[in-house]
Design a protein around this ligand. Structure first.
Ligand code: NAD
Ligand code: UGA
Length: 440
């Protein structure tokens, strides 16, 4: 059993703290958001993440997982302190490190014995050394500590599963002994452990996210070419993926990547590159393609409906991806905003993100279920690939719509079947079999 403190209980901190507690450690999780901590003490979660609530409840009950807003209390018995605060997009795409700075200062001011400070937030290369300097400068009296970078690779929507089944653990530090102690913490996860220096560990995180974003923009570019040439991108991706050097993951074309990470991390990496005098051409293209991909949905709608002013468009799915309530940089909401600007009436349905959308996008008329939402629509756009959309009664939807226009931004449906049912259907990069074009 180790004494672990987690700073910041958002998606990463809450999952990390809870899962380390489940591995038998004693975890104290701290946040500056008092309401969040009060709720968590009663196992009321600030986020929707499949399977997380049960693990939180189990570990609160076992007294392995506790919550606080008090840094003194949080650091009193801690051996390992994980920084898991947000690093949102700042000016010009640079990562905003204000929360990391605050956390580092608070650690320095409240630590009373040697600590290993582990940074899990995604931070620009060089931040580990910067954090060490901040701690040193703000300590009332010198107490030894080590800084280890341990980037997080979990995905929202499968975060608990990802925590317990990581592909690898990456640890970076100038203090090898500290890195090895953090490695010990991760041994129960039975994943390969890469131990390197701080800067390399920080770079591994950005390079991984940028590579995955590149795959998505690549397949979206191929989708657009498929559309022009009458090929089917889903089958192209399937055919490519059997090549072991390529693989099938992250080759789903659609409305472009969203979420709180890929968009900001690709930008932050490009920013770092530029500031240091290199020209990140590929990253620029990845971001441009991603932007265009949302617009393609509007172009398709205009193509089929003409002027969108006064038209009622329904969005199936509002979260940035399935199995989450996270709406940060959601492609669906970018599309909603473009539709709103074009004068369309925008409706939306999402199984879990509706409450968050009600707070941020008052213009979206939210429906209780997909059938209510599609009734009277001039067009429906599939924007988030929730499982429950795969088996909808499409006949009922078609009959209830004003016009049977379906833009499938996530390629959930079979184009031939939708057309047979009488939909005017457009997917992403899906030509007719036999050489016809999706655009005809
Ligand atoms: P989040 O916004 O969900 O949570 C951040 C939490 O930190 C909030 O609860 C906030 O109140 C708290 N906080 C802010 N300043 C604090 C301080 N000084 N002391 C204590 N608490 C403080 O963020 P997130 O999505 O969990 O992301 C955290 C970091 O992890 C980011 O750098 C992100 O890029 C990275 N990351 C996120 C994911 C993901 O799936 N969300 C995956 C891998 C890495
Ligand atoms: C992503 C990475 O997958 C995680 O490894 C990483 O830890 C995390 O970012 C992070 O650094 O925060 P996440 O953003 O939660 O995780 O979700 P993904 O499943 O990666 O999806 C990101 C976006 O890409 C979503 O909008 C998704 O719909 C889209 N996507 C994904 C595609 O359009 N096509 C695909 O083939 C895969």
């Amino acid at each position: 059993m180790n004494n672990i403190t987690v700073i910041g209980v958002g998606y990463v901190g809450l999952v990390t703290g809870t899962c380390f507690a489940d591995l038998g450690n004693s975890v104290l999780a701290l946040d500056i958001n008092k309401q969040r901590i009060e709720n968590l003490r009663q196992a009321i979660l600030p986020i929707y993440e499949p399977g997380l609530k049960e693990v939180v409840e189990r570990n609160i009950h076992a007294d392995r997982l506790r919550f606080t807003t008090d840094y003194k209390e949080a650091l009193k018995d801690a051996e390992f302190v994980f920084i898991c605060v947000g690093t949102p997009e700042g000016v010009d795409g640079e990562a905003d490190l204000q929360y990391v700075r605050m956390a580092a200062e608070s650690i320095a001011q409240n630590m009373e014995h040697p600590l290993i400070v582990i940074n899990k937030s995604t931070v620009p290369v060089g931040t580990g050394d910067w954090v060490a300097n901040i701690i040193r400068e703000h300590q009332p009296k010198p107490i030894p500590f080590a800084v280890v970078s341990c980037p997080e690779f979990l995905r929202e929507g499968s975060a608990v599963r990802d925590f317990f089944n990581p592909d690898r653990t990456v640890l970076g530090s100038t203090d090898r002994e500290a890195a090895h102690r953090v490695a010990q913490l991760h041994l129960p996860l039975r994943a390969p452990i890469v131990i390197t220096d701080l800067r390399t560990a920080e770079m591994i995180k950005y390079a991984s996210n940028a590579f995955l974003a590149t795959r998505i923009s690549f397949i979206n570019e191929i989708a657009n070419i498929c559309e022009a040439l009458g090929a089917d991108v889903k089958e192209v991706a399937q055919g490519m993926g059997y090549d072991k050097r390529i693989g099938h993951h992250f080759l789903e074309s659609g409305v472009g990547y969203g979420g709180s990470c890929f968009p900001k991390d690709v930008k932050a990496l490009a920013y770092m590159a530029q500031v240091h005098g290199t020209n990140p051409q590929l990253l620029g293209a990845v971001m441009d393609i991603n932007k265009i991909q949302r617009k393609q949905i509007i172009i398709k709608l205009e193509d089929m409906l003409g002027d969108l002013k006064g038209k009622t468009i329904g969005l199936l799915g509002l979260a940035f991806k399935e199995n989450t309530d996270d709406i940060r940089v959601s492609p669906s909401l970018d599309i909603a905003e473009m539709l709103h600007e074009a004068g369309a009436v925008v409706r939306g349905y999402d199984p879990v993100a509706a409450e968050n959308v009600a707070r941020s996008h008052a213009f979206i008329q939210l429906a209780e279920d997909p059938y209510e939402m599609t009734t009277g629509c001039d067009a429906v756009v599939v924007a988030t690939p929730w499982n429950e959309f795969k088996s909808l009664d499409m006949d009922r939807i078609k009959k209830a719509m004003k016009q049977p226009v379906l833009v499938d931004g996530r390629n959930l449906y079979d184009p031939a079947r939708m057309r047979e049912m009488g939909f005017q259907y457009r997917g992403v990069g899906r030509g007719f079999k036999g050489g016809g074009s999706d655009l005809q």
